[in-house]
Design a protein around this ligand. Structure first.
Ligand SMILES: Nc1nc2c([nH]c(=O)n2[C@H]2C[C@H](O)[C@@H](COP(=O)(O)OP(=O)(O)OP(=O)(O)O)O2)c(=O)[nH]1
Length: 135
C-alpha cells in the first residue's frame, strides 16, 4: 500500500511486442494467481520512475533489456489496493527466458485470448489487440 496521501501503489506491466506478437508470461506464484497469464512487471519502488521499474523487472524476470514505449489501455484497479499501468516495450537485447514465471508465450493477434489472463488484464489485452491490428 502507498503511504497516506501518495495514492495507491503502482504496478507496471510491459506489453512486449515483437514482430506483431505479444509476450505473455504465466505466473508461478502465489498459489491464488499461479497459472494465470500476465504482463511481466511488478511494483514501482521508491525513487524509481515507471520506466526504471519496467527495465529492472524485465531484466530480473526475463533477462532482457527493453526500451519502454507508450502507455497502453487504462489503469486497472487490482484487488489488493494496487493499480496496474501497462506500457508497450521492445526488446533491445537478449532472448526472453522464464526466470520467475512458469512459461512464456508469444501470442499473435489471433491467439491473444488463448491463455487464461489474470482477470484485471483483460481490458489491456483488448487494447493490445487494437494496437496490433494497426501495426
Ligand atoms: N506483474 C503483473 N502483476 C499483475 C498483473 N495483473 C495483475 O493482476 N497483477 C497483480 C499480481 C500481483 O498482485 C501484483 C504484482 O505483484 P508482483 O508480485 O508482480 O510484484 P513484485 O515483482 O514487485 O513483487 P513483490 O516484490 O511484491 O513480491 O499485481 C500483470 O499483468 N503483471
Amino acid at each position: 500500500m502507498g503511504l497516506a496521501g501518495t495514492g495507491p501503489s503502482l504496478v507496471v506491466g510491459a506489453a512486449i511486442i515483437d514482430n506483431g506478437r505479444l509476450l505473455a508470461a504465466q505466473r508461478a506464484d502465489p498459489p491464488e494467481l499461479a497459472g494465470g497469464w500476465e504482463f511481466p512487471g511488478g511494483k514501482v519502488e521508491p525513487g524509481e520512475t515507471e520506466q526504471d521499474a519496467l527495465v529492472r523487472e524485465c531484466r530480473e524476470e526475463l533477462g532482457v533489456d527493453v526500451e519502454v514505449g507508450t502507455r497502453i489501455g487504462a489503469d486497472c484497479p487490482l484487488h489488493n489496493g494496487l493499480v496496474m499501468r501497462v506500457w508497450t516495450a521492445a526488446i533491445v537485447h537478449g532472448e526472453p527466458e522464464a526466470r520467475e514465471h512458469s512459461a512464456l508465450r508469444w501470442l499473435t493477434e489471433a491467439e491473444l485470448f488463448d491463455v487464461p489472463w489474470l482477470p484485471a488484464d483483460l481490458p489491456v489485452v483488448e487494447a493490445v489487440r487494437e494496437h496490433l491490428k494497426e501495426t
